[in-house]
Design a binder for this molecule. Sequence first.
Ligand SMILES: NC(=O)c1ccc[n+]([C@@H]2O[C@H](COP(=O)([O-])OP(=O)(O)OC[C@H]3O[C@@H](n4cnc5c(N)ncnc54)[C@H](O)[C@@H]3O)[C@@H](O)[C@H]2O)c1
Length: 338
Amino acid sequence: MGQAYKRVEEGGLMMEGRILVTGGAGFIGSHLVDSLIELGFEVVVFDNLTGGRRENLSRWLHNPKLRFIQGDLLNQAEVLSLLDGCDLIYHLAAHPEVRVGSADPSAHFRDNIQATFNLLEAIRLRGWRGRLVFTSSSTVYGEAETPTPETYPILRPISVYGASKLACEALINAYARSYGFRALIFRLANIIGPRSRHGVVADFIRKLEDNPEELEILGDGTQKKSYLYVSDCVEALLLGLTESYTDILEVYNIGSIDQIEVLKIAKIVVEEMGLGSVRFRVTGGVDGGRGWIGDVKNMLLDTSKLRSKGWSPRYNSEQAVRRTVNEIIKQGQNKLKG
Ligand SMILES: NC(=O)c1ccc[n+]([C@@H]2O[C@H](COP(=O)([O-])OP(=O)(O)OC[C@H]3O[C@@H](n4cnc5c(N)ncnc54)[C@H](O)[C@@H]3O)[C@@H](O)[C@H]2O)c1
């Protein structure tokens, strides 16, 4: 077993120790790594760089607190050696693009279910007994009533991505109960902010950079969802360090307190980019105005369980969108491409 964490008496925050972050070079993962290293942890990032970027970690690449391993969870041999010395795993590696699943469902089967299964097998084979934190998704609820609580009785995802996340949750639950480790599952709404390369805001900026006169909007534009700024998401994920559990597995929703329509997002992006009159071309979408097959048109999570633990988001959906556009533009236009 790895090095034990030292706990500060007040608040129970772990101040030392090594943490494995799969997908740590990605959008959310790299922001999480920033915070973990700032808090004093040693971090091992395992990432195959299919979606992530080494430059997301550039602040730490020469710092001994970070060990970066370019590797693939689909390669079981590489995964087996990963757990040595780590007491906490943040498992973020995944194919996060919901839209991809309608054209190639195998991407989500492979990068989400198979990759998670390989990690769980490594945990079993190594007899690992730490804590696993998993980033699941609001899409596991499918078309549920809103705001949707964690206790929502029927989980019927309508996208392959949502189904793959639910399958991962089920596997984690079974492995945690069978093989003696604890797990924390966070179901995330739409997370946005600098370094994000997928999702509606990044998509609109990319399109407007290519053509500042016309913006294609997938769906009928009335899709209404919750958008959370990445720093608020990371603060919630950090509760994985401090939370004490009564159960082997706990589930928490993470999301903003409100929703915003896609058409409104388009207007905000145009405004924040300082563009004049842009024509909106609404595609109409599929199946009653969805942006793509499996797109949930109305999403808002009930986050009262997490808020009862002291977390609350600093930004609402509109503020999150405005900050994201400004930060992405500051990052440099070419960063979204490629
Ligand atoms: N961004 C969101 O709005 C959102 C919403 C709900 C859930 N999530 C979940 O949060 C997590 C992080 O998402 P993100 O938006 O930062 O995406 P991201 O693509 O930026 O990060 C995922 C990372 O995983 C890595 N990866 C993928 N397959 C891998 C493999 N087989 N082996 C090793 N590394 C691999 C990628 O290179 C990438 O760096 C994902 O699990 C995603 O499903 C994200």
